[in-house]
Write a protein that binds this ligand. Structure first.
Ligand code: ZN
Ligand code: ZN
Length: 153
């Protein structure tokens, strides 16, 4: 690999990091917007429920309001989970508080949370390359098909 290849690789990986970060920021912003929308929906539902109950505790819409509130809360919990995932947080096994992925003890309840085992990166099959021209060669080739060099195993 020559200097320019190295440079190109470096540039490629840097811009990838940057776009990952930008993607993460955008995802967080989007989730926060969705969360605040659901939260205002929830506020509205609570107000409707309270008013309906105040006016008539037997109001048949009360159950419907309750169901809607439960549904919105579930959606909110889902967004919250997604948000922690994007931010790289984990949830305390004991109290459910959000904590940094690398934290060992919960800052809220003190429970020990073993760090989750990192997902093993799938091992890329080892590529064999020609020692002379660096062309990709396969195990069964005796000679490089690009430059004709004899390949030893
Ligand atoms: Zn905890
Ligand atoms: Zn070769």
């Amino acid at each position: 690999m020559d200097f320019f290849d190295n440079l190109r690789d470096k540039l490629a990986s840097t811009s990838k990091d940057v776009s990952d970060k930008a993607k993460e920021t955008a995802a967080i912003a989007k989730l926060k917007t969705q969360i605040s929308m659901e939260e205002s929906k929830l506020k509205g539902l609570y107000a409707d429920l309270g008013k309906a109950y105040y006016e008539n505790p037997e109001d048949e819409n009360i159950e419907a309001y309750k169901d809607s509130i439960t549904a919105v809360k579930e959606v909110l919990a889902g967004y919250d989970d997604e948000l922690s995932k994007v931010k790289g947080l984990k949830t305390c096994k004991n109290c459910g508080a959000k904590m940094a992925k690398e934290a060992l003890f919960c800052s809220k309840c003190g429970a020990k949370n073993e760090p989750e085992p990192e997902a093993e990166p799938e091992e890329a099959p080892k590529k064999k390359v020609c020692p002379v021209c660096e062309a990709e060669v396969t195990e069964d080739m005796a000679f490089c098909e690009v430059c004709g060099t004899k390949l030893d195993d």
